[in-house]
Structures are given as structure tokens and as C-alpha cells.
Write a protein that binds this ligand. Structure first.
Ligand SMILES: [Zn+2]
Ligand SMILES: [Zn+2]
Length: 390
């Protein structure tokens, strides 16, 4: 079924002054076992996508205070979906005097009758300048300055090209944001599902919305089937519910970003059987009987996975292959910056926690990567990015 055509209006809201050419910055804030990502456009537009778990006072609020200095405002607050590991920190943020200027958005879907959701999201939203939480329009495009644009690709199973996927699980209602900035592309999709996949043995009750997202990006010409995106959110904290190889094969990311906390014994995120095939051509997992990774669509292995924290330590054993894999760079807060031209840089702060208490396990790390359209070349012992030959 087709929906209304993709909204062609591009919203420009930032009244910020741009001094010289600024960069696009994507901050994965380590809030523990949950998610919170701050996107700052080249013109200073600020979009906060999710607000992390309870205890925002300890993780989200100090981070925002340090970053925003005296200008304690963000432009958009977008809740990916109505689960508390994504909305809980919003209350603390508003209590701490951080205002939302333009809009508080969430995906359409049944309004959950939860007092926690009301007291931590709907009620504090009304205290902000933007006011009442509204349903996010699918197809909305928000200008982030200097030709960087953020598109609302999907929410509640409805995609910007009119495709409609029947969803029942709240995770599958997740708002999907896609950012394009010259040669750089990034996608974030909360806890969106990728469905069951026989070749990898992944079982889930979540629906495959992710593959439709990838196909929509290609048919809307937002990504090419040759290069896909540069950096990709690994949905649902690296759960088996998401990231099937058929989706990764279309998205072609070089970098994966996982928002996860230590410990999470209940879920064992990020899961070995999800992460290992992404970073190794010979994954150290055996899929369930009767399936084989050999029959999965082939993918280019990612150059790196970054995770905000260790997934878990010292939990009871899970079935072989379904345990946690902590092979990503355990970075604490992860900050990606780019001017959209030839490279993007990822910096980590090492700010990690164990049971909510700061621990010493995080890595402080900075690394630059070439965008897809460029390749690494050694020039007199210095690595540069040069345009790929057509
Ligand atoms: Zn979650
Ligand atoms: Zn969720």
C-alpha cells in the first residue's frame, strides 16, 4: 500500500550563526544499557535521539552540560520508541534546565498506559518550549546546514516511500533517521527489528523492517547499492532481533556503533552471533543446526565496531554462540565528526561504567576513516584518502 508521497519540504530551524565551515558531529553518549545519541549539524542544529536509562543525572546530564556550556537548549528531542532504556533520562534532562526548542517527537502507535512513561516523557515535555510530544512525520527532512540533511525514513512501520510493514512489537515502531552530508552517510534506527534469518539461525518475534529501510534508501536514491552507508547504528544494542546479514549486505557499512551497558545479563547484548559475522569473514559462531553462514548474503566485513561499554561481565552461561561478544572498541562516549568530504573521525572518551560506577576499562582512541567513495593510499608513510577509480 502506498502512503502520501515523501514530504519534499526541508525544515530549516536553526537560528545559529555559523563561523566558518563547521562539522557534523554524532555523539553516542554512554548512558549504560540503553541509548542516547546527540547529532549536531554543521550549522549547530541539535537533535537528541533518545535519552538513556534511569540515572540521567549521572550520565546524560553532565555530558550535555559540558558540551552545551551556557546554551542549554537542543532543537529536537526524538524518542525512538516507548521503552524506558530510551526515554528515562528525559526527565532528568528537563529538571536540569536543558530546554527543547522546536519539537518533542515520538513514533505513532498505541499510547502505552505506563505511569513511568508519562512522568518521564509526556509530562516533562510540556515544560519545554517545544511543548507536548507530537507524532513524527515520516518523510520529514531537517536541514543541518552546509547541505547536511536528516531524513525521517520510517516510524511505526511506515516508510518514506509509502511502504507499510505491519508491526506489533514496540521496538519495530522505532523512528529511523538517515543523515546525508556530501560523501558521508549514517543511519540510526533504535531497536528496530530485522526478523528471523534462516542462514544465520537468528530467531526473533520482531518483524523485518530493516530490510525495507535499506531498500527504500536505495530506491529513493539516498544511498547507492554500490557504497551504502559509511557508519551504521547496530540496532537493539546488538540483539539477535536485528541486523540480519541480508540487511547488512544492502547497507554496506564500514563502521558499526553499538549502545550498550555493563552488565546486562538478561539480554547478553551485544550478541556474539550478531557481531562476530560482521567483523570476521570466518565468524567464531556456529549457527543453529540446518543453517550455515555460507548461504547468507555475503557482506564486506566492517572495519570496526565501536561500543559504548562492555556488554556484560560475569553472567551465567548462555547457549554456545549466543553469549556476549566484547570485540568492539569499548569506548565510553563515541564521537564521530566529519566535514563530509574525504574522511570521518571517531574519537572515544573511555568513560565507562560497571554497575553504574565509573570503571577503568574504557579505551581513549582516535581514528580516521575514508568515506566509501575514497580509498586509503600510502603516500610516503602517510595514509591519505584518494577517490576510487570509476
Ligand atoms: Zn533498547
Ligand atoms: Zn526497545
Amino acid at each position: 500500500m502506498r502512503l502520501a508521497k515523501f514530504l519534499s519540504v526541508i525544515l530549516t530551524v536553526c537560528a545559529c550563526t555559523t563561523v566558518g565551515a563547521q562539522k557534523l558531529a554524532i555523539h553516542y553518549i554512554n548512558t549504560g544499557q540503553g541509548g542516547s545519541t546527540l547529532i549536531i549539524g554543521p550549522d549547530g542544529t541539535k537533535v537528541l535521539y533518545d535519552f538513556g536509562v534511569k540515572g540521567g543525572k549521572a550520565a546524560l546530564v553532565p555530558y550535555l552540560h559540558a558540551l552545551l556550556h551556557d546554551d542549554k537548549k537542543i532543537d529536537y528531542a526524538i524518542l525512538s520508541h516507548r521503552h524506558k532504556d530510551h526515554y528515562y533520562g528525559y526527565f532528568d534532562m528537563v529538571e536540569a534546565g536543558i530546554d527543547v526548542r522546536v519539537a518533542n517527537f515520538e513514533p505513532d502507535g498505541p499510547k502505552l498506559d505506563s505511569s513511568q512513561l508519562h512522568s518521564n516523557w509526556y509530562i516533562p515535555a510540556e515544560k519545554t518550549t517545544a511543548g507536548k510530544v507530537r507524532t513524527i512525520p515520516v518523510g520529514l527532512a531537517i536541514s543541518l546546514g552546509d547541505s547536511a540533511t536528516m531524513y525521517v525514513v520510517a516510524a511505526n512501520g511506515i516508510l518514506m516511500d509509502g511502504t507499510r510493514v505491519d508491526v506489533v512489537n514496540e521496538n519495530d515502531r522505532s523512528v529511523v533517521l538517515f543523515i546525508s552530508y556530501k560523501n558521508f552517510q549514517f543511519l540510526i534506527d533504535g531497536d528496530l527489528g530485522g526478523g528471523t534469518e534462516n542462514c544465520s539461525g537468528h530467531q526473533t518475534t520482531q518483524t523485518d523492517v530493516q530490510t525495507y529501510v535499506a531498500k527504500t534508501l536505495i530506491n529513493q536514491k539516498l544511498i547507492t547499492s554500490e557504497y551504502g552507508v559509511d557508519a551504521l547504528h547496530i540496532a537493539h544494542h546488538g540483539s539477535e532481533s536485528s541486523s540480519p546479514l541480508r540487511y547488512i549486505a544492502l547497507m554496506k557499512p564500514e563502521i558499526g556503533l553499538v549502545s550498550v551497558g555493563n552488565p546486562n545479563c538478561k539480554y547478553r547484548h551485544p550478541r556474539r552471533d550478531v557481531i562476530s559475522p560482521l567483523i570476521s569473514a570466518a565468524p567464531e559462531v556456529t549457527p543453529l543446526l540446518g543453517s550455515s553462514f555460507d548461504s547468507c548474503p555475503s557482506i564486506n566485513t566492517l572495519q570496526a565496531i565501536y561500543q559504548t561499554d562492555k556488554g556484560t561481565e560475569d553472567c551465567d552461561l548462555m547457549p554456545i554462540g549466543k553469549e556476549t561478544l566484547n570485540d568492539g572498541i569499548i569506548g565510553g562516549d563515541i564521537i564521530l565528526t566529519t566535514n563530509g568530504n574525504e574522511t570521518y573521525t571517531i574519537k572515544t572518551t573511555g568513560r565507562v561504567f560497571l554497575n553504574g560506577v565509573k570503571s577503568q576499562n574504557g579505551v581513549v582512541h582516535t581514528e580516521a576513516y575514508c568515506v566509501d567513495e575514497y580509498e586509503t593510499e600510502d603516500e610516503q608513510n602517510e595514509q591519505t584518502c584518494t577517490a576510487r577509480k570509476p
